[in-house]
Ligand binder design. Structure first.
Ligand SMILES: C[S@@+](CC[C@H](N)C(=O)[O-])C[C@H]1O[C@@H](n2cnc3c(N)ncnc32)[C@H](O)[C@@H]1O
Ligand code: SF4
Length: 390
């Protein structure tokens, strides 16, 4: 009873996402909002603009307690530690910070970037997420990465010596990758991982160099069947090593999940600042979707002129919010709370559709009444969500 009371009274988590849009080079598979500026850019000016956006956001949602902060990119590890410090100070000026706040910074695993890790730690970062991508030099070259496998592993070792928590990303289902080669690589990665790994299947995104090569028949990636085998093997190898999936592409020791990303997937509020950042804010009981201008220079001009780079600030309808709750929540192994869906949507999930999906083995209901996607349903997650949302 006491426990229930305290859970009910604890404030909903509130996250802050800071987007740093610059990279040293553009990877051919990447469609994130990342930009190469050979002529350089004025870092201090961008940091001041991020501070201005934080101030504008705090005016709209004052009085929150920040539970997680995430510097994503682009390549936030190109930032000077003093810039990270300034942004964290600004966040602390506008909101209270939870004593156990999780502060993650996404880093590229080059030796130059690793030299800044200690400075990030002093600034208040307590978790890093490294984009290792592959542990094989030929693949790294094909992926357009600027580091070797050894350099990435050295950066992981530096991270391990400085931060309490670290994670790294790998991309699998790469051209010519066999299940045997992936299993060997994954086991090597697990030996280097502590508590968390993000394992993404290579997706060919429109507008990327890989997309053009793929369309021209010059890049061949595993077909659906092989992709499925690679996915199933990934689940098995990670679960056997004590790193089960808690989300479709994320694995952690129980309790070591990325709390920031859980805020997105569990449908809580987050402020998004920096070029091309998305946010979700609840104001007077209604949820707003926010989005800022993507192009760094245009974003900067907007913020300097008006204090914010917002180009989307849209009140979501209950149906839109509920669909989003499904879309995000069903990515999680814990699934969704159907009652919460009902309270957001003003309608219940269709029991007939649920029972058809259950019959197909794609979803299941847990003992405590949650609805979740099964392991065999995850590879067809988009179809499951579309079916339930319709
Ligand atoms: C914002 S990005 C990268 C962060 C950092 N700049 C880096 O490259 O290490 C986050 C992660 O998404 C993954 N990713 C990006 N594009 C992808 C794609 N087309 N397919 C699969 N994974 C992708 C990569 O693993 C990457 O580390
Ligand atoms: S994968 Fe990372 S380094 Fe490469 S372009 Fe995307 S954001 Fe930049």
């Amino acid at each position: 009873m006491m426990l229930n009371m305290s859970l009910t009274n604890s404030p909903a988590p509130f996250a802050v996402y800071v987007h740093w849009p610059f990279c040293l080079s553009k990877c051919p598979y990447c469609d994130f909002n990342s930009h190469v500026r050979h002529g350089g850019y004025d870092e201090a000016r961008y940091v001041r603009a991020v501070e201005a956006e934080l101030a504008a956001t705090a005016q709209r949602v004052p009085g929150r307690t920040v539970s997680t902060i995430f510097f994503g990119g682009g390549t936030p590890s190109l930032m000077q530690p003093s810039s990270v410090q300034a942004i964290l100070d600004a966040i602390g000026k506008h909101w209270s910070i939870a004593p156990d706040v999780e502060v993650t910074l996404e880093a590229n695993p080059t030796s130059v970037e690793a030299t800044r890790f200690r400075g990030y730690r002093s600034a208040g970062v307590n978790r890093v997420s490294l984009g290792v991508q592959a542990l094989d030099d030929a693949s790294l070259k094909e992926l357009g990465r600027l580091h070797t496998a050894q350099e990435a592993l050295d950066a992981v070792a530096v991270a391990r010596s400085i931060f309490e928590r670290y994670s790294f990303d790998l991309i699998y289902a790469r051209p010519r990758q066999t299940p045997e080669a992936w299993a060997t690589e994954l086991k090597r990665a697990i030996a280097e991982a502590a508590e968390h790994l993000s394992l993404y299947q290579l997706t060919i995104e429109q507008g990327t160099r890989f997309f053009d090569l793929y369309k021209a028949g010059k890049l061949v990636v595993p077909d659906d069947d092989l992709g499925r085998d690679l996915y199933d093997m990934t689940q098995q190898v990670c679960a056997d090593a004590g790193l089960p999936a808690y989300e479709i592409s994320n694995h952690a020791r129980p309790g070591a999940e990325c709390r920031h990303n859980l805020v997105y997937w569990r449908g809580h509020d987050y402020a998004g600042v920096g070029p091309g950042a998305h946010g979700r804010l609840t104001l007077d009981g209604r949820r707003y979707a926010t989005e800022t201008e993507k192009r760094p220079e245009s974003w900067l001009m907007r913020v300097e002129a008006s204090g914010t780079g917002l180009i989307v600030d849209e009140k979501l309808t209950p149906a839109e919010s509920a669909d989003e709750y499904l879309l995000m929540g069903l990515r999680l192994v814990e699934g969704i709370d159907p009652q919460r869906f009902t309270s957001i949507a003003g309608r219940t999930l269709d029991p007939k559709r649920i029972s058809i999906l259950q019959g197909e083995g794609a979803v299941e209901t847990t003992a405590d009444g949650r609805l979740r996607v099964t392991q065999s349903g995850f590879p067809v997650l988009d179809a499951v969500v579309a079916d339930l949302a319709a």
